[in-house]
Design a binder for this molecule. Structure first.
Ligand code: ATP
Ligand code: MG
Length: 179
C-alpha cells in the first residue's frame, strides 16, 4: 500500500536578515518526518561537510536527504566564479528533477533566494518550477533577499529580522549552533 501523502502542499518562504531560516526549515523537516513524510533538502551555495544537519541526516535520518550544490568558499556577489554559477545551475536542475519525480513530500531549497539575488540562477526558471510543483508537495524556499516577483507565488512568507546577533560582539560561528 502506498504511504500517506500531504493533501495540499503549499509554498513557503523563510527570508530576512536574522538567524533562523535554514534551521526553521530543518525544524519543519523534523516535524514532517515524524508523520512519515520524506524530505529532500538542496543547499545552494554551500559545500562544507561541516554542517551538523548533513551529518545528522546521514547518521540518523533516512527520510531526510541533503544534497549540496556549491563550493566551500563564500560566493562573491559582484564576481562569482564560473564554478559557483555552474554548481548553482546544476542545483536547480536537480531541484526540478526531484520536484517533478514526486518521491518527496517536502522539498527545501536552502539559500535559493540568495542564489537568485546573486544572479547565479534565472528567476523566471525558478518561478516556472514553483508554479508547476505537484499538488501534494510542500515547497520551502529559504534565504535572505527573496525577489519580490518570486514572493508573489508563496502561500506563506516568514521574515526573520536581526534584532541581536552575537557575531556583532565578536562571537565567531559556533559548531552545532551556526553550522
Ligand atoms: P541558521 O542556518 O542558523 O538558521 P539562517 O539560515 O537564518 O541561519 P543565513 O542568512 O543563511 O542564516 O546565514 C548563514 C550563517 O550565518 C548561519 O550560520 C547563521 O547562523 C549565521 N547568521 C545568520 N544571521 C546572521 C547575522 N545577522 N550576522 C551574522 N551571522 C548570521
Ligand atoms: Mg540559511
Amino acid at each position: 500500500m502506498s504511504r500517506k501523502r500531504i493533501d495540499k502542499g503549499l509554498v513557503q518562504i523563510y527570508t530576512g536578515n536574522g538567524k533562523g531560516k535554514t534551521t526553521a526549515s530543518l525544524g519543519l523537516a523534523l516535524r514532517a518526518m515524524g508523520h512519515g513524510y520524506k524530505v529532500f533538502m538542496l543547499q545552494f551555495m554551500k559545500g562544507s561537510k561541516e554542517y551538523g544537519e548533513l551529518q545528522a541526516a546521514e547518521k540518523y535520518l533516512p527520510n531526510l536527504i541533503i544534497v549540496q550544490s556549491g563550493l566551500e568558499t563564500f560566493v562573491s556577489k559582484e564576481n562569482p566564479s564560473q564554478a559557483d554559477i555552474e554548481l548553482a545551475r546544476q542545483g536547480l536542475e536537480t531541484a526540478k528533477k526531484v520536484i517533478t519525480e514526486g518521491h518527496y513530500d517536502v522539498v527545501i531549497l536552502d539559500e535559493i533566494n540568495v542564489a537568485l539575488d546573486f544572479n547565479l540562477i534565472d528567476l523566471d526558471e525558478v518561478i516556472e518550477m514553483v508554479k508547476n510543483k505537484p499538488e501534494r508537495l510542500e515547497l520551502i524556499l529559504t534565504g535572505r533577499y527573496v525577489p519580490s516577483k518570486l514572493a508573489e507565488y508563496a502561500d506563506l512568507i516568514s521574515e526573520v529580522s536581526l534584532v541581536k546577533h552575537p557575531y556583532y560582539k565578536g562571537v565567531p560561528a559556533r559548531k552545532g549552533i551556526e553550522f
